[in-house]
Design a protein around this ligand. Sequence first.
Ligand code: THU
Length: 162
Amino acid sequence: MKHISSEIKYDLYESMDELSSEDKSLMLAAIEATGTAYAPYSNFHVGAAVLMENGQVVRGSNQENAAYPSGLCAERVAVFAAGSQFPGVKIKAIAITAMFDDLKEPLSVSPCGDCRQVMAEYEHRYKANIRLIITAGKGKIMVIPNTKTLLPLMFNAENLKK
Ligand code: THU
């Protein structure tokens, strides 16, 4: 028997002004994307902005449904839109934020398990890290170097090979 452990490493910034100009403008795009959320049930408006290797930024926001499980998170709306609009183009980074509809300040948010799986598949498929830039509340921002960090021991295409 071997004891194996893994640890999560990420950078925590005190404010958006400490970010690189690329990361800051991606976060501003995510903040803007919260304005397109359809979240009448949770009132939790999530925005995501995906930066592609070709420089394009694709935005997404959560889209809820009266049949609750039929809705989709902002991250998957953005990543799937990016994959369908720019097939074959790598994703470099994704910024994620959230706001309550009556409180216009970025909240702490953390991608759900399904979104982690979806983002990690793109990372695995293109063999290129996807940086995650995520609001952590009180103006702080987490920058996580890749999606694998958030999904250790992930299930991926290799598991389906005989
Ligand atoms: N949601 C997202 O869009 N992304 C996340 O990272 C967490 C949760 C959405 C799903 C649902 O519309 C609402 O936030 C409350 O869970």
